[in-house]
Design a binder for this molecule. Structure first.
Ligand code: HAM
Length: 447
């Protein structure tokens, strides 16, 4: 039975009482991305395994250790996406979007799957918000996407984030770097983990990203890529920095950032927090100038980032940032008896059609039990509907906060209630602002 009533390790339910937080940050991020011209792209949750092997890279931890890969009933190897970039590039190619105006700008909110060791801030199913800009080689593009991430954090009021920046060069300048790394790790290879021993021959840069504590310690003394990048890559990096300086975006150069995915070239960056424990990288991204070509398309320099929404919410909670709660139930109609129940259903439907969040009894409760329920769901107003009220066409509207009663006409309750709510909200706003000399009736009259 335990298997049936327990979610799989590393996954989590987001309950109705909490989901408004996710909805708020998701819509905020999509809106900010929209301002920058990024339109939402939705791709399937699973893709051909080969896409990630070729896109993300055979020697990465993600591909070697963390993918949820299985054969479907047609014996195709399928993988649940571990990230969003490869799928975005696949869609860009499949739909010939390289023939459209470039750069193409996508944003997304998606669930990703990695078989990692679960801990605070690290799950096996997690959600990313991300952006991808395809067809932009200029350093201004790097600064633009970094500024997008920066604006998201600023808008949400997140503080104490360090933007770390590096350049990992192009395949040309990386050749020399690989040689230097090989030489360095060769001398220490008896202590490397078996996966890194394999990487030493194929892709020594991946050793820098290994999660094993010993490999991490060895990596600390390794040569830094910034000392090996070519003049073009160096000029690109300088220019990105100049844009960021001009835009007043603070950053530190961290020559140790290499990122965990193989497609990166030139600029890489991470937004890191020390407020949420070991998994402090809230956002990561960079350029991937060769990926579109690697997957069979035309040369299309591109870049993007992804941000873990779970980590972002943890960070906001740690910093005490309140997320606005959505409106609960505006009005609860409590019918007494069968006849009233039919009337209540009709009035509630009318209220909803007029934009009001309205509920009524759907389980046949006593009046007392209904009022208890209305209180639990936080109804702002209630109306008790009995045979008398229906006969007279009038009922009492009760303010659940202060007990105030207002008599209302049932015939136009649905039509008038929204206006009434707006008036109440305006009054309480004016009261809370405590503005003197403002003629409230003129404000209310203009609604
Ligand atoms: P990534 O660094 O692998 O990059 O992941 C981006 C973000 O996703 C991380 O900074 C973190 O916030 C979140 N994340 C990653 N793994 C987990 C996990 N197991 N649990 C919770 N959150 C996690 C990418 O995925 C690239 N596709 C980003 C990119 C887009 N680069 C260019 N375009």
């Amino acid at each position: 039975m335990a298997l049936v009533t327990k979610a799989i390790k590393g996954t989590q339910d987001i309950l109705p009482s909490e989901v408004y937080k996710n909805q708020f940050i998701e819509s905020t991020m999509l809106e900010i991305a929209d301002k920058f011209g990024f339109r939402e792209l939705r791709t399937p949750v699973f893709e051909h395994t080969e896409l990630f092997q070729r896109g993300v890279g055979e020697t990465t931890d993600v591909v070697q250790k963390e993918m949820y890969t299985f054969n479907d009933k047609g014996e195709r190897s399928i993988t649940l996406r571990p990230e969003g970039t490869a799928g975005a590039v696949r869609a860009f190619l499949e739909h010939g979007l390289f023939n459209e105006a470039l750069p193409q700008k996508f944003c997304y909110v998606l669930n990703c799957y990695r078989y990692e060791k679960p801990q605070a801030g690290r799950w096996r199913e997690f959600q990313q918000f991300g952006v991808e800009m395809l067809g932009a080689a200029h350093p201004a593009a790097d600064a633009e996407i970094i500024s997008l991430a920066n604006e998201i954090f600023a808008f949400l009021g997140v503080e104490n984030l360090r933007l770390e920046l590096n350049s990992i060069g192009c395949p040309e300048c990386r050749k020399n770097y690989h040689n230097a790394l090989k030489e360095y790790f060769e001398a220490k290879k008896e202590n490397l983990c078996p996966t890194c021993l394999e990487r030493l021959g194929k892709n020594p840069m991946r050793i820098l990203d290994c999660k094993s504590p010993i490999c991490k310690e060895i990596s600390e003394g390794a040569p830094a890529i910034l000392d090996y990048i070519c003049d073009d890559c160096s000029a690109h990096f300088e220019s990105v920095r100049k844009y960021l300086d001009k835009m007043n975006i603070e950053y530190v150069v961290n020559p140790r950032i290499v990122r965990g995915l193989d497609y990166y070239t030139r600029t890489v960056f991470e937004f890191v927090s020390t407020d949420i424990g070991a998994q402090g990288t809230v956002c990561g991204g960079g350029r991937y100038d060769g990926l579109v070509e690697e997957l069979g398309g035309p040369h299309t320099p591109s870049l993007g980032f992804a941000l873990g929404t779970g980590r972002l919410l943890m960070l906001m909670a740690a910093q005490g940032i309140e997320i606005p709660k959505p409106n609960g139930c505006d009005i609860y109609i409590a019918p007494m008896g069968e006849n009233a129940s039919y009337e209540a259903a009709a009035i509630t439907a009318d209220l909803r059609a007029n934009g009001v969040s309205a509920q009524t009894d759907v389980v046949g409760r006593s009046l007392k039990a209904q009022m208890k329920y209305a209180d639990k769901i936080g109804a702002k107003y209630t109306v008790v509907l009995g045979d008398n009220e229906i006969e007279n066409g009038k009922a009492n509207l009760k303010n659940m906060d202060n007990g105030e009663i207002t008599e209302v006409e049932l015939a136009d309750l649905a039509e008038n209630f929204m206006n009434f709510l707006v008036q109440q909200a305006t009054l309480s706003l004016a009261e809370s602002l405590d503005v003197e000399g403002v003629d409230l009736s003129s404000i209310l009259g203009s609604i």
